[in-house]
Design a protein around this ligand. Sequence first.
Ligand code: SF4
Ligand code: F3S
Ligand code: FES
Length: 247
Amino acid sequence: MSRQLKFNIFRYNPQDPNSVPHTDSFWLDETPSLTLFIALNRLREEQDSSLNFDFACRMAICGSCGMVINGRPGLACRTLTSDLPGEITLMPLPVFKLVGDLAVDTGTWFRATNEKIESWIHTDQEFDPEALEERMENDLANSIFELERCIECGCCVASCGTANMRADFVGAFALNRVARFVMDPRDKRSDADYFEVVGTDQGIFGCMGLLACEDVCPRKIPLQDQLGILRRKMGFIGLKNLFRRKV
Ligand code: SF4
Ligand code: F3S
Ligand code: FES
């Protein structure tokens, strides 16, 4: 016999001065292979057309359906209700600006953070549209691609205690992004240049090693390894700078 699911969903419209944050409860019959994405669409179509949440791709690619599912950040489109208890509580991701109900504005945060960490290849090489593609060793290309798989969903940031307490902390997403450029031989920045970007308390030294980021990442990006490598690299540069100042 199929279950009847109870959904407790956060409701609030920050644009409406009369709106008060609260939780609404809905009930829905569970069907085979029901994802939270499908369940939310059914609730909106059948029970409350004002329910606000984001989605685009439905296949864990666009990163727009992140929300807190029974206390844990995750993607609605890749979460099966069969993996959850009969009572499901949905909240918007913290850290990001609330648009309404479960929808948050991750775009503004990611754009600002990408600018802060200078998230692009730094090179003096002029672009030549006629030039042949530069070759790269397969293993290196695969290692870079491994970190490039981030879909900017915001789950790692929302799960991080430091990011929740400190708006200036760039979070695991950004540290992984910097690690990706450090690996890329086309980026001509030196370790000292990277130190300028993330060798601070807002960057790698603000990370307290809480580990939640990797735990919730829907792309299973090896964040801990990358954060560890970056911490050691930046720690070494920091020590070098310290001794240089003392000489
Ligand atoms: Fe999402 Fe993972 Fe990228 Fe963080 S690192 S934004 S959890 S895909
Ligand atoms: Fe936060 Fe992950 Fe560091 S959860 S404190 S970024 S290890
Ligand atoms: Fe695109 Fe879920 S709808 S990641």
